[in-house]
Design a protein around this ligand. Sequence first.
Ligand SMILES: Nc1ncnc2c1ncn2[C@@H]1O[C@H](COP(=O)(O)OP(=O)(O)OP(=O)(O)O)[C@@H](O)[C@H]1O
Ligand SMILES: [Mg+2]
Length: 224
Amino acid sequence: MSSIIRCEGLTKTYTGLDVAVLNGINLNIKKSEQIAIVGASGSGKSTLLHLLGGLDTPSSGEVELLGNNLNQLSEARKGQIRNDSLGFVYQFHHLLPEFTAIENVAMPLLIGRMPREQALSAAKDMLDKVGMTHRVEHMPSELSGGERQRVALARALVTEPAAILADEPTGNLDRVTANQVFNLLVEINAVLKTSLVVVTHDLTLAAKMHKQFKLEDGKLAAFS
Ligand SMILES: Nc1ncnc2c1ncn2[C@@H]1O[C@H](COP(=O)(O)OP(=O)(O)OP(=O)(O)O)[C@@H](O)[C@H]1O
Ligand SMILES: [Mg+2]
């Protein structure tokens, strides 16, 4: 089976820090594969996700996204591949406050130049999948925390990306809501055969994924 995201010998040293945050990371994420990354605060989890998503550049090593070596692409092409093949979910929803739920979800499609009616229809379908049918016209400020995260999931999934990169997607929710949102994320990704990389502090949630890795001293080690 071919890789969706692959990285080899990835290192990252920030200027001003004398030790490498990442020090030789190898990872191969296949289609439909769901992996969890855990690690102490400051261990480099967000840094790794940013590198895998092409949002930051490594100090050395390579990231391949659907066979494209990110080091060799222009910023414009990288942005295009990112918009077409990745979905991002963060601890805080980052919904645009002046747009409704459905407009927020349609946004990646509109950016990708899909006609408005078609984009809104696809956004509506994805909001149905995350159980938000009854809230499509609400503004983010009119939604609960769990509802906002559901909308953020719908926005990440609406382009039917090859992979979702999620950084503490439920870190801001109470346990019951976190469980519901996390289960939804796992289930939808399984149905759509999307690869999923989730950073979480929660070992119970991490255990729901196919593979678990711990980031420590700049290295990634499998555990279960
Ligand atoms: N832009 C930056 N410039 C300099 N140092 C940075 C930068 N971003 C992160 N760091 C440092 O790199 C280390 C790893 O940060 P990172 O955000 O990846 O950790 P994390 O594992 O995601 O932590 P948390 O669980 O708290 O989110 C930290 O020591 C942090 O201070
Ligand atoms: Mg982080």
